[in-house]
Design a binder for this molecule. Structure first.
Ligand SMILES: [Zn+2]
Length: 211
């Protein structure tokens, strides 16, 4: 499949997306630059197979009329890891990261998502919702990695790379909106700041309700 056939000015902007899987079944997508020399075949994830955490919980606050997602499994997330154990740099012999091979731009499902991995329609509270109303936090969270470099910013990247990032965004936004129950797709930067350098990643969240 092609990420986006026509870009700004009618120019073909992206190469075919390369799809893979991570050790626990999460989706992984490689988006290569148009002038990339990376191979089409990529190494598989070398980590031992494992299960994914349960889908988080959405709690409704009737005082503020807001949904709050509660995901206890996120307590085990990586927090400011040193570069030699960075989960967003390409895998090395001593660091089996979330990216099993080299890449230009990569997207993968978040290991500890605030929404998902289960998909479905949430139950909305009727009338005056009672305190303690909760339902399943259906949806999906993905991590968008702009570069294999540990540090940097989008503004410093060549135009070719920025085009690839935009193509990846277009592709993920379109496909996330096609998932069951998803009503809102939005980018978030704060989670990426905990994981790695502040400006080379974003997370894309698709949620079952407007937040
Ligand atoms: Zn890194």
């Amino acid at each position: 499949m092609y990420v986006s056939e026509v870009g700004v000015g009618g120019v073909l902007v992206n190469k075919p997306r390369i799809d893979g899987k991570l050790f626990d079944g999460r989706d992984l997508y490689y988006f290569d630059d148009q002038n990339s020399r990376l191979p089409e075949a990529r190494e598989p994830d070398q980590r031992e197979p494992d299960k994914r955490p349960q889908t988080a919980e959405l709690r409704y606050d009737p005082l503020t009329a807001e949904w709050i997602t509660v995901a206890s499994h996120r307590q085990q997330r990586a927090f400011l890891p040193p570069q030699h154990s960075c989960p967003l740099c390409p895998t090395t012999k001593t660091n089996l990261s979330e990216l099993p091979d080299q890449f230009d731009v990569a997207v993968f499902e978040n290991k500890g998502p605030a929404f998902g991995p289960d998909l479905g329609q949430i139950e909305h509270p009727n009338g005056r919702p009672r305190f303690g109303f909760s339902t399943t936090a259906f949806g999906r969270c993905e991590v968008v990695v702009f570069s294999p470099e540990h540090e940097g910013s989008l503004a410093q990247m060549p135009v070719e790379r920025v085009r690839t990032v935009i193509g990846a965004w277009m592709n993920r936004t379109k496909e996330l909106y096609e998932l069951e129950g998803v009503v809102q797709v939005f980018p978030l930067r704060t989670a990426a700041r905990r994981l790695a350098s502040p400006f080379t990643t974003r997370t894309a969240r698709s949620t079952p309700t407007l937040l």
